[in-house]
Design a protein around this ligand. Structure first.
Ligand code: URA
Length: 458
């Protein structure tokens, strides 16, 4: 052995202790094993996840393993170990000790796999909290065409997304409703892995999506969780079979970790409600909280609220009551004010709008969710890389729903933006987004909720 082979003799400037400590783990073995379709051992999974998080496993090694997982899949045991390794990379929050008026508060949360026009977290969080359940909604910012909840709420004057753990505990105790940014120490392995998956074509994998979502939700410490798994052109999962497998995998992971978890599979072939963007989605959420709003947003909000309330021991209450009598709106106002926002401030308005009109008479037969999402993103509502600013005013609104009759020349969509130069690209994205033709008699009776995967206890 030469001096240069002995770590103790190596120039300290060149010596990276992370590369040699611990020295016994070989990242190439799990890559080769998964490439050949073998099941990884718990030690291999933990070694890869912990090693990548700490910088001992190189990004090119992890991206090789990720691609092998995309192609070969993982067993339920592998997924559970991968999820546990990501949880163990950071802290686990604990809201189990929260009390109000001497009574222990139950916690319930919801996660959506992301869809165009999906603003349901905004009315749902205060609605469930108005029944005395604490909702610790730790959210993210959007990347790509599906906007982030925090980006939407930041269009409210003064509202801030960052809360310390003490502030979270206080807000949950006093108000019950909270939507805030996840702290950096919550499943940091997922943050690093997701960034790598995003640039290596390895996002679309049921084991990787399930473990990514559930590691964050289990680490968040909620007692119960409802998952809204979207299906259709505007969603990750394009088929019902794929969405069902994802939902069942996540429900099992939740149950094994002691979180009472259920899932709804919901339709995302057309965008939800009548708006996609930031301030425009807040405005629509306020309509729902005022007892109005588009029927599909109300339906989905109530269906998810019933799941959360049932999981929290309140199966017999009717959440629709609190949309009608203003109690959900009161909880919204308290939630916004607690995070520095002014619930009475007018929402920002765009400098430019542009209407898209119907080319024919008939009925609206299609409105493609992906195209609408891309148009909203091109208008400035989303970002192309993490950390980029988004425009509060950018978005798309549509004035007719599937099955509604339309007349040639009638406005179908309105584009909203502060930057007029973005409009042509958005129009191009929308070129084939709408269909006008013969009415489908059943279209207005269709429910957004396609299937339910019920609670499983661990
Ligand atoms: N959302 C997540 O948090 N992770 C994924 O992998 C996909 C969607």
């Amino acid at each position: 052995m030469t001096d240069a082979d002995d770590p103790a003799q190596v120039d300290p400037q060149l010596f990276d202790p992370q590369l040699v400590d611990p020295p016994l783990f070989d990242p190439v073995a799990p890559i080769l094993a998964k490439k050949d379709g073998a099941e990884l051992t718990d030690d291999q999974i933990r070694g890869m996840v912990a090693g990548f998080t700490a910088g001992r496993v190189a990004p090119e090694q992890m991206s090789s393993l990720l691609m092998a997982i995309v192609l070969q899949g993982m067993t339920r045991r592998e997924i559970a170990t991968w999820t546990a390794a990501m949880i163990d990379s950071g802290v686990r929050m604990d809201f189990s000790g929260l009390t109000r008026g001497g009574r222990r508060l139950r916690t319930a949360d919801k996660h959506s796999t992301g869809g165009v026009g999906d603003k349901v977290t905004l009315p749902l969080t205060p609605l469930v909290a108005s029944f005395g359940v604490a909702v610790p909604q730790l959210s993210g910012r959007g990347l790509g065409h599906t906007g982030g909840t925090l980006d939407k709420l930041e269009s409210i004057l003064g509202w801030r997304a960052e809360l310390s753990v003490d502030q979270m505990q206080r807000q949950l105790t006093e108000v019950g409703a909270m939507v805030c940014a996840a702290t950096a120490d919550l499943a940091p392995a997922d943050r690093k892995l997701y960034a790598l998956r995003d640039v290596t074509g390895t996002v679309a994998s049921i084991p990787l999506i399930a473990s990514s979502i559930m590691s964050k939700k289990i680490a968040e410490g909620t007692q119960s969780l409802v998952l809204d798994v979207k299906v259709g052109s505007g969603a990750f999962m394009k088929t019902l079979d794929g969405a069902r497998e994802l939902a069942e995998t996540m429900v099992a992971l939740g149950a094994e970790a002691g979180v009472v978890t259920s899932a709804l599979l919901t339709d995302m072939s057309t965008p939800l409600g009548r708006s996609a963007g930031n301030a425009v989605e807040v405005a629509e959420s306020l309509e729902v909280l005022s007892g109005g709003g588009p029927a599909d947003v109300v339906e989905l909000t109530l269906a998810l609220a019933r799941e959360m309330l049932e999981a929290s021991g309140l199966p017999d209450v009717d959440p629709a009551d609190h949309l009608r009598n203003g109690r959900a709106m009161d909880a919204w106002r308290a939630m916004i004010a607690a995070q520095g926002g002014d619930p009475d401030a007018p929402l920002p308005v765009p400098r430019h709008t542009h209407e898209v009109t119907a080319r024919d008479d008939g009925h609206l037969t299609s409105l493609d969710a992906l195209a609408v999402g891309q148009a909203a993103w091109l208008l400035g509502a989303g970002r192309t890389k993490p950390g980029e600013a988004v425009s509060a005013t950018a978005g798309v609104t549509w004035h007719v729903g599937i099955g509604d009759s339309v007349r040639r020349g009638q406005p179908l969509l309105t584009l909203h933006t502060d930057d007029e130069t973005r409009i042509p690209a958005a129009l191009e994205a929308l070129r084939d987004a709408t269909g006008v033709g013969e009415a489908d008699a059943r279209s207005d009776l269709r429910s957004r909720v396609l299937e339910r995967v019920p609670f499983r206890r661990g």
